[in-house]
Design a protein around this ligand. Structure first.
Ligand SMILES: [Zn+2]
Ligand SMILES: [Zn+2]
Length: 374
């Protein structure tokens, strides 16, 4: 199967280019005159008030928004993003509604997965759906909580976007920077802002790959998403080094997209690689990482709908403000820069789901544990 997938590999040109640019930098001449000119014209009275209806901003001496006929509020009293609670949920409807694991693990469902009536177009439709529901959620969080996004620091902006996908909680104990489990991200508040941002993005990727796998499972089994199906996809992504490595390498690659190169964290997937003894050879590990890379492309696409070039630039600035360590480019050379062609990727998803489903069906106790947490 791995040899079969190997023949479907192609280069991830974007990732390759980004790494090349760091390892072989070209120094550009800055145009200082333009910058000074822009700065001189940009000085004007900063707004102090806003309309709670339309979120338009006003100078301090205004009191009413005449478009909406409401009293203005002070910008300094704006709600803090940390205090916003959100429990976003992406619905999937299907003909079957499973209320028990016995109803999921039937011969009929195993056969459906084996036959796998699923194409790359279906995959694209799923990622588009996830993107559009997150954007809708982001928009309503802004409106409901009267948030002026241009007054947020870059960490609060990313935090607000993260809250469009998952519930975010804060911890100040333990060794992990952050943990994603059961549609909740726990993040350690003692971190610097730049690390908070990249940790949020890393954990969001774990959520998104789980969400994608759940959507595919629901599509193929024609079922409604619920805690039982989510327990199965959680199991599939965590039971073997093969799927753990896909999940972790994907999160690592997405995080890398938003991190200043040279400050990336490799520990999470290196740990998994180290734990693989004889189960996979070097070639198989690289193909597995390429599967993770391929997932990361659609996850980056979902995140970049809001975390665009401008936000990425601000994240880099935040990194330069926070870090005193020198960048380390040594590990960059070892990055896997290949992805699977569409038909190879669908075959990889087939493998993940069919192997995972079979093992999951023999581990009902574990699934019950997961199910109760959703
Ligand atoms: Zn208004
Ligand atoms: Zn991780």
């Amino acid at each position: 199967m791995f040899d079969n997938l190997k023949s479907c590999l192609i280069d991830d040109l974007e990732k390759k280019k980004a790494i090349d640019e760091i390892l072989n930098p070209v120094v550009e001449r800055a145009d200082f005159c333009e910058d000074v000119k822009q700065y001189l014209y940009a000085v004007e009275v900063p707004p102090e008030k806003y309309c709670p209806e339309c979120l338009k901003q006003y100078p301090g001496y205004e009191n009413i928004c005449f478009d909406c006929m409401v009293r203005l509020k002070n910008i300094k009293d704006m709600k803090s993003v940390r205090d916003i609670t959100s429990k976003p949920y992406i619905d999937i409807k299907g003909k079957n509604i499973y209320e028990d694991f016995d109803e999921i693990f039937t011969d009929g469902n195993a056969k459906r997965l084996e036959e796998f009536d699923f194409t790359f177009r279906d995959y694209k439709k799923i990622t588009r759906n996830i993107k559009s529901s997150a954007l809708k959620q982001f928009d309503s969080l802004i409106k409901e909580n009267e948030i002026l996004t241009d007054h947020l620091n870059v960490y609060d902006f990313v935090l607000l976007f993260a809250k469009s996908f998952v519930n975010v909680e804060f911890k100040s104990y333990g060794g992990e920077l952050g943990i994603y489990l059961y549609n909740t991200i726990d993040i350690d508040e003692r971190l610097t802002r730049s690390l908070l941002i990249t940790t949020l993005i890393h954990e969001l990727s774990h959520f998104l790959i789980k969400e994608i796998i759940t959507h595919i499972l629901c599509g193929v089994l024609d079922c409604t998403k619920n805690s039982y199906v989510e327990a199965v996809s959680t199991f599939i992504l965590s039971y073997s080094p093969f799927t753990q490595l896909i999940d972790e390498y994907c999160a690592h690659t997405v995080e890398g997209r938003f991190t200043l190169f040279g400050y990336q964290d490799y520990s999470s997937y290196l740990q998994i690689e180290k734990s693989i003894d004889d189960e996979m050879d070097r070639d198989e590990i690289e193909v597995t990482k390429s599967i993770g890379n391929t997932f990361s492309i659609s996850i980056k696409d979902i995140l970049e709908s809001v975390l665009d070039d401008e936000v990425r630039e601000k994240i880099k600035e935040q990194f330069l403000n926070d870090t005193i360590d020198r960048p380390n480019y040594g590990m960059l050379k070892m990055e896997n820069c290949t992805i699977l062609k569409d038909e190879g990727f669908v075959r990889a998803i087939w493998l993940i789901l069919n192997e995972g489903f079979a093992v999951a069906g023999q581990n009902i106790e574990k699934l019950k544990e997961y199910e109760e947490c959703f």
